[in-house]
Each structure stands twice: as C-alpha cells, then as structure tokens.
Design a protein around this ligand. Structure first.
Ligand code: TXE
Length: 503
C-alpha cells in the first residue's frame, strides 16, 4: 500500500479495523515549516481508548499471539523491518512534514527503527529460559519468560516513530498485545507504520492505535485495570501524572522523562587545532541537532576555564553559520521547532535566562529571514556565564539553547555534571584516559559518552537515573521490561512435605 499523507484516514486502528472516532472528533495536523495544515486525523474518545484496551486484553488472553512460537514472532519482526526499508522514503517524508526535522535525519530515524526490529528479532531467538540447579536431582527448576500482557505505549513528538519502535519491537517479540498513542502533534508516521504491521500479517488486535491528546485520553489509558504495563516517553510533569494514575491498579510503568545533559570539556581535549575544532563540532551537534528537541541533547556545556573564552567564541561562530530551513530542502541543516507552542516555551526560557543574568552570546530570537516567517523557527542560542542556580541550567528547555558553565578542577567538573535532578546522558571530552574513566564512572547518568556524543545502538540499554525516569529501553533489558519472569518448580518424585508430625 502506498503511504501518502492523504491516505492516513481513518486514523484509529482497533481489532484490525480502521475507523474514525466514535464522536466524529478530528484534529488538524500542522507542518511546522510552513504553519499550514497537512491533513486532518481522527481523534479517539476515552471510550474508543477503553475499547482498544479491551480488544488488546481479549486478544492477549485468548493466546493467539502470546501462544505463537518465538520463531513465528521473530519472522514478523523481520518482515516489518523489510517493509520499513521498502517504504523508507515515504516514511521519512511523512516524518519530516510532521516534525520539521530534515529529511536526512528522518532517513536515519527510519534506518534506526529498522535496526530496532532486526535487533529484537535476533535477541528474542536467544533470550531463552534458565535452568536453576537446586541440588536435588528429582527437581527441575527453571525460570521462564512470559509476555507481561497488555501494554499501553505513549510516545512524544521529537522522534515519533523511533521512540515508539523502542516499545513496539520488544513487546511484539515478547508476545504482548498493545495500544499505541502517538503524540497528538505528530501522529502520521505511526499511522503509516501500523499499516505496515497489518501488511506484515500480525494478527488483528495485537497492535491497536488511538489518537488524541493525553489530557483527554490519559485517564482511560493509564488507570485501566486491564493494562499490565505502561511505557511512556515524554515530559516530567506528564510522567508524574501517569505514575500516579497507574498506582491505583499497581500497574507497572516505565518512564523516560528527558534530561538536562552535561557535556564536559577539559582543556587537554582541545590542545591542538584539530582537536579543538572537532570538540567544537561535537558540542555544536550535541545541542543543536534537531533544534535541541532531543532528550539527550548536550544542553549544558561545562568547560575548563582556561579554554572557555576561545571555545565559546568558536562555538558561537559555528552556531551563526547553521543553515536553517524547511526539512524538505536538502540544503537545510536544521528545521523549525515542532510547533508554535514549543517556540513560545523556548522564548520564555530565553527571556528568563536574560533575567537571571546569563550572558546572551548568540541567537535568542526568531530568524529575520522572510522565507522562514511562517514556520516555527528559532535561532541557535548560547548563554555564557551561567551557574547552577539558574532555571535555564536546571530545567529541560527542549530547544536550541546551550548554557555554559566553567570549572577549574576535575572534582568541580564532576560535581557540576551531577548537579541536576535529571540523569539521562552526559559527555566527557579529555585526552587523559584515566581521568576519562574516573569521570564516566562518577557521572550519574544512564548513558555516558567519552570523546563522542549522541550516539546510541539498539543493543545497549537506554534510560535515566534520577528524574530522567525508570526502566530501560533497548538492549536485553528493553526486552525484559515486556516479560514476566516465572519460576517453575517441578518435583518429578513427589513425597510428603514432612514438616508437621502426622497424628
Ligand atoms: O510532552 P508530554 P509535551 C519534555 C520537553 C517538553 C516537555 C513538554 O521538555 O518541552 O516535555 O512536552 C501524552 N496521560 N519532553 O507537553 O505532554 C501526550 O499526548 C497520558 C521530553 O509535548 O509529556 C504525548 O503523547 N498521556 C521528551 C506524550 O504524553 C499524556 C519528549 C508526551 O507529551 C498525558 C517530549 C496524560 N495525562 C517532551 N498528558 C523526552 N523524554 O524525550 C500528555 N500525554
């Protein structure tokens, strides 16, 4: 089936049927590069969401999916991966229209989504049961992994298909059924993806899809006793709401709630011109890729004082040169922010930074290029002379804002790197490998890059310390999240327990 923005309606998928909302509700989806509507999608009511969960419950309980063999399920994952590659260009196009990111980034996203499906196809095949030696030859003791059940997956707008694939692929591999709710801002690629799941032949009712705002659907999706697991990626405030809603049913919840990620640069990392330029390049990319709308963006530059002035000047020069424009224009290096609402939030943070006394070095406003006037663009922005008391240093802005703090000793660098309530990712640049190792072990973040930044792989765990969340996606732990471990004790020669005396 050809994937075009025009054929993404009806947009709800429940029990294998595509339908509109039960109350006829719709939402206009906007291209952030132009401010104009791309198309309209159907929006679910809470009743639609409850119906989707009830179908997922029924399909899980009747075993038509959970009862398939691992080999059968991994064949579906591989088929989905093949279809993703077949339709890569259309999917990337849709992702760019919806999010504003460049086509080059969207293509990488679709390749990454594909690799997640291939990784879990391979992992599931070897992630077997475990025999436990209990020292009694008549007892077979084993731990088996069973699917956790019905999963609700709530995704954000910055990497719409990629983020939800980290949830769907392991859930399918484990044998779970699911209800997906993409962000209401960027639902398109997930609709297109569910069409591919259907084409791959995954049984009806295994993957269900609802659309709509979290405020409307949240309660129905997260406080439902038929749900066994909720996986959420989004903001801290929403994460707290979901954890509270799930508590009444003691539903397991995994949350990834963003970060305020330090990028620590030592003077020894920039001692020759090439290393200096490379470090500037990594810090620049680490924060301004996708206009900073990345949970692991390196938004806090923590730099050794002796090189800070030169480094910040070079960084500002590079930031001024970033080519901004529509993601569909191959010459653009970065696109607009995802929405007007997100741009307003960034503008508030810039005003706050100025008020807090940070020194605005570059950016801080909308571009004055007339061609960009209709999109939600915002210039790459750097604040120097920041300190830990400032909100722009402590709060996730989720936009193109870099703050700069300075240090003089290694201890101070480590202390600053950990001085955040978040703990998702951090980077360290040093040519002293012993120092690098001390830092990567001392930093309390879920991912730490030494002399690199922003890279991830499907085979390694992703997730946060502290308020960046709990649980892990990707890697073997990303599959375990969707499984229950069951211990089976089989006594092949039963005898009396013999504890109480027989009278
Ligand atoms: O996120 P929300 P928003 C951060 C970032 C951003 C801020 C707010 O700092 O500026 O969050 O963004 C759904 N019950 N991140 O408001 O609201 C919502 O519909 C159930 C970091 O867009 O958290 C969407 O599908 N679901 C982040 C999803 O939650 C609810 C990526 C995320 O939206 C709900 C995005 C509710 N009560 C933003 N309320 C990251 N970790 O990468 C909303 N939702």
């Amino acid at each position: 089936m050809a994937i075009e923005p025009g054929n993404l309606r009806p947009s709800l998928h429940i029990g294998g049927e595509w339908s509109g909302s039960s109350d006829g509700g719709t939402r206009e989806i906007v291209d952030p590069a132009t401010g104009s509507a791309i198309l309209v999608v159907d929006e679910a009511t809470p009743d639609d969401a409850r119906r989707a969960i009830s179908v997922a419950r029924h399909v899980f309980d009747d075993g038509r999916w959970a009862g398939t063999s691992v080999a059968e399920r991994t064949a579906f994952l591989t088929k989905i991966a093949d279809l993703l590659q077949r339709d890569k260009e259309q999917l990337a196009h849709i992702e760019t229209l919806d999010t504003g990111k460049t086509l080059a980034e969207s293509r990488i996203d679709i390749d990454d989504v594909t690799s997640v499906f291939r990784y879990y196809a391979e992992l599931a095949a070897v992630h077997g049961d475990r025999l436990v030696d209990v020292g009694r030859p008549e007892v077979i003791s084993r731990v088996v992994h069973e699917p956790i059940g019905v999963c609700v997956m709530i995704a954000p707008w910055n990497y719409p298909l990629l983020q939800i694939s980290w949830k769907i692929a392991p859930a399918l591999a484990a044998g779970c059924t699911m209800v997906l709710k993409p962000s209401e801002v960027t639902p398109l690629s997930t609709i297109a993806f569910v069409k591919l799941v259907q084409e791959a032949g995954v049984p009806d009712g295994v993957v269900n899809l609802v659309q709509g705002s979290g405020a409307v659907l949240g309660e129905a999706l997260t406080a439902n006793p038929d749900v066994d697991f909720i996986s959420f990626t989004g903001g801290l405030a929403t994460g707290r709401t979901i954890l509270a809603a799930a508590a009444s049913n003691v539903t397991k919840v995994a949350v990834e709630l963003g970060g305020k990620n330090p990028h620590i640069v030592f003077a020894d990392a920039v001692s020759d011109p090439t290393a200096f330029a490379d470090s500037v390049d990594h810090v620049l990319t680490g924060v301004f890729l996708h206009s900073g709308q990345v949970c692991s963006a390196g938004t806090r530059l923590i730099i050794e004082d002796s090189v800070a002035d030169l480094f910040v000047a070079a960084l500002a020069e590079r930031a001024r040169g970033i080519r901004m424009g529509s993601g569909l224009d191959p010459t653009s290096e970065t696109g607009p922010l995802v929405s007007e609402a997100q741009r307003r939030k960034i503008e508030k943070y810039v005003a706050l930074g100025v008020e807090e006394g940070a020194e605005l070095v570059v950016g801080g406003s909308r571009p004055d290029d007339r061609e960009l006037a209709d999109g939600s663009y915002f210039l790459p922005t750097i604040f120097d002379r920041c300190d830990r008391t400032m909100k722009i240093v402590q709060e996730e802005t989720f936009g193109p804002i870099l703050t700069v703090e300075r240090f003089t000793t290694e201890e101070e660098a480590l202390r600053l790197g950990n001085d955040t309530n978040y703990g998702l990712a951090a980077g360290v640049r040093t040519s002293d490998s012993a120092r690098g190792e001390r830092l990567v072990r001392g930093l309390r973040h879920g991912t730490v890059w030494l002399n690199d930044f922003g890279i991830y792989t499907a085979a390694a765990e992703w997730g946060g310390f502290k308020r960046s969340g709990n649980g892990r996606e990707l890697g073997p732990s990303g599959l375990s999240e969707y499984q229950e471990a069951k211990h089976i004790w089989h006594n092949t020669s039963p005898t009396a327990a013999g504890w109480f005396v027989t009278r």
